[in-house]
Design a protein around this ligand. Structure first.
Ligand code: 2HA
Ligand code: ZN
Length: 269
């Protein structure tokens, strides 16, 4: 079957990376049924021919005006599609969307009219925020890691930076590779504009944001980086939970060891 990926190696590579990460999310047990979503900003790899291709949908409203997204293109997981299917057949379970000049609606430009993710408002709000602050981040990931979501069911872990400091202290990698820590958004209706707005408020300070009793969002230069941050945090959560299940409170790295890491690695916090 003909695909818009044919003869477009740069676009095909981006989509293949999303497919690879979608497979990891399923294998990790973080993506039950249609759980989680991925969007990447692919505007830089869109050629003139694709830009002028006839869309395969009518304009669809986003419900929000996102001025930075004018004329941008995104590859998005489809709503109600499974990560495990996205990993095998990305163009059947994901869509390319083109944001129109009104900055508040989009059309689908893809092989099939797959409607984008139910969390599109959060994802596009994050991209809009990132472009607005001049960031080179192109990827947004939302997934449901069991260990990290379980931790959000304990009110003490929802206090500002409690979880960040705990997870940083479990293994030096987490401190080094998730250096801005973990923001917390109190429970909000999935897919809502409230959730989108609260998420971008946290992105001012953090690259990764927990949604209480729901999941996690991460942004990064590419989808692999966003995945790696969540994977590293989840590793720390597992070390904590393993120690607790062995019957003791893990000691954690000391403030002096943290300070040394911050200085040697040149970390922002
Ligand atoms: O796409 O995870 O938050 C399914 C979800 C909604
Ligand atoms: Zn979710």
């Amino acid at each position: 079957m003909k695909s818009i990926l044919d003869n477009r190696p740069l676009l095909a590579k981006q989509v293949a990376e999303v497919a690879e990460v979608a497979g990891y999310l399923w294998q990790k047990g973080w993506a039950e049924r249609n759980g989680g979503n991925i969007t990447i900003n692919i505007t830089a790899v869109i050629d003139d021919e694709l830009r002028q291709m006839r869309p395969i949908s009518e304009p669809i409203p986003i419900g929000k005006v996102l001025p930075q997204l004018k004329d941008c293109f995104f590859f998005c997981k489809g709503t109600n599609k499974r990560m495990r299917d996205l990993s095998r057949q990305p163009m059947e379970n994901g869509a390319v969307i083109h944001i129109l000049d009104d900055c508040s609606s989009y059309v689908i430009v893809a092989d099939k009219p797959v409607k984008p993710t139910s969390e599109l408002s959060s994802h596009l709000s994050m991209h809009n925020y990132l472009i607005g602050k001049g960031s080179n981040y192109k990827a947004a990931l939302h997934t449901h890691p069991i260990d990290l979501v379980a931790m959000t069911h304990h009110p003490a872990f929802l206090e500002k930076d409690v979880l960040t400091n705990l997870l940083w202290s479990m293994i030096p990698e987490t401190r080094a590779f998730c250096p801005r820590g973990l923001g917390i958004v109190p429970y909000k209706l999935p897919g809502s504009f409230d959730l989108a707005d609260a998420t971008i408020r946290e992105l001012a300070e953090y690259d990764v944001v927990m949604w209480e009793k729901h999941g996690i969002c991460a942004v990064g230069e590419n989808i692999m980086e966003a995945f790696d941050m969540v994977d590293t945090l989840s590793k720390s959560a597992q070390i904590y939970l393993t120690a607790k299940s062995m019957g003791f409170e893990p000691q954690g790295t000391t403030p002096e060891q943290m300070k040394e890491l911050k200085e040697v690695f040149g970390l922002p916090k």
